[in-house]
Design a protein around this ligand. Structure first.
Ligand SMILES: [Zn+2]
Length: 228
């Protein structure tokens, strides 16, 4: 498999490297590129990782029909994911915000996830610090091959509950009412806290001291799940 890496390179170095159409794996890291349109010519590409994609559009990738793995970090200007529809070979898709956004509360914002419903070969999906304006997580219900869904607490508890019912085998930290975190401890009993699922429940509780409250969240989660 022909691999190529561009790290801290310029537009002309990017354009020159992309003359080689045999590239199958490409990493573009920290480059000063304004025009990513030549990417579409790399039709043998199977793996692509880009950081950052601030000046790119998904139009620049839509011809890459053999692409199996796509990872993009920092795509703040992209709101429509429609151009991903034809990338049906994808088994792994990762769309991530800047790690430094974590504490600022900033998120990526997508119109909807509808185009992802045609990516039925996906086994792993990562949506890091991303919100969607319409239809929530429901377009993901058709991803029958999905094994892992890594995300943040940026969706409603109803969205997570519904998807967990449709895709019961998928590994996702938010497919239950709460999950334990190893970065915050209860001041009273020193247990690791748990994080509640759902953007509307964005808080942490102690699994010992708050056990009654947590039972209520568990019941609520099951109720939402059964509403389908
Ligand atoms: Zn406690």
């Amino acid at each position: 498999m022909k691999k190529a890496e561009l790290i801290k390179q310029t537009q002309s170095e990017f354009d020159a490297m992309l003359l080689d159409k045999s590239i199958e794996t490409l990493k573009i890291w920290n480059c000063k590129i304004k025009d990513f349109s030549k990417l579409n010519t790399l039709t043998n590409l199977r793996e692509l990782a880009i950081f950052s994609f601030e000046t790119g559009t998904l139009n620049n990738l839509k011809e890459l029909k053999n692409l199996e793995k796509l990872r993009i970090i920092h795509l703040p200007q992209i709101h429509s994911l429609e151009e991903l529809t034809n990338l049906e070979s994808l088994t792994e898709l990762s769309l991530e915000s800047l790690p430094s956004w974590d504490s600022s509360g900033k998120t990526l914002i997508f119109d909807n996830l509808n185009s992802l419903s045609s990516l039925t070969n996906l086994k792993k999906l990562v949506l890091m610090k991303a919100k969607v304006l319409n239809h929530g997580l429901s377009p993901l219900e058709k991803l029958n091959k999905l094994e892992v869904f890594e995300t943040d607490n940026t969706f409603s508890v109803r969205d997570f509950a519904k998807l967990s019912l449709k895709l019961p085998k998928v590994k996702c930290a938010y497919f239950k009412a709460y999950h334990s975190v190893n970065y915050s401890k209860c001041k009273k009993c020193d247990s690791f806290k748990v994080k509640l699922t759902g953007i509307e429940n964005n808080k942490m509780l102690c699994p010992i001291c708050n056990i009654d409250k947590l039972k209520k969240y568990e019941i609520e989660f099951e109720k939402l799940k059964n509403e389908g």
